[in-house]
Design a protein around this ligand. Structure first.
Ligand code: ZN
Length: 193
């Protein structure tokens, strides 16, 4: 049974940090199948949590399984942004790996899942088109965390891959859309070092 309402902020947080029992999270998973708003919130929070996690383990230099989160998500995302800026500075001097990497963007149980990639390496976006309405082609705009367009491509069911280069460290959203521009599915993409 779906929970029958939108998720509260603290519920999204608990859900993303896997602090819910299966029994607790089941009604939310049901709701996420049909609610794009909540799905986007979960996806964004998920990316923030994972960016925070990386930032915190880098700062601490420790290999703890899970840091203790005592700060709010808002404060922590600025930590992640600061760390992303620092990571960018390092990348300028680091040798670049030019080998093509594949980013599989899956849809599971109706919710779009993100992919983690290495920044500055050429990237092959492979969105999962399963379950989508049939179109001759699909638009594949990629925007950054504040919605600024980075790139727009096109894929077809016969060739659902698109090569992207020059992706810098950060969080992106791949907005799989119909030819008319209607958003069909949104995937998160995290480019790190
Ligand atoms: Zn909702």
């Amino acid at each position: 049974m779906s929970v029958g309402r939108h998720m509260e902020e603290d519920e999204v947080e608990k859900f993303c940090m896997r602090q819910m029992s299966d029994q607790e999270s089941a009604p939310f998973e049901e709701h996420l199948l049909t609610c794009e708003d909540c799905r986007n919130r979960v996806l964004e929070t998920d990316l923030h949590v994972s960016a925070m996690y990386h930032a915190a383990t880098q700062v601490r230099g420790a290999s703890q399984e899970r840091p203790m989160w005592s700060w709010t998500l808002g404060a922590a995302s600025s930590v992640a942004v600061a760390s992303a800026v620092m990571a960018g500075a390092f990348l300028v001097r680091a040798p670049r790996n030019l080998e093509l990497q594949e980013a599989h963007l899956y849809a599971m149980r109706g919710a779009a899942m993100g992919a983690k990639v290495t920044a500055q390496r050429p990237l092959l976006l492979i969105p999962d088109l399963t379950g989508l309405p049939a179109f001759p082609s699909y638009r594949l705009p990629v925007v950054d965390a504040v919605g600024k367009p980075l790139f727009t491509g096109e894929v077809t069911a016969a060739d659902p891959t698109k090569k992207v280069t020059g992706v810098t460290t950060g969080i992106y959203f791949v907005r799989l859309s119909s030819p008319a521009g209607e958003l069909l599915r949104e995937y998160g993409l995290e480019a790190g070092r």
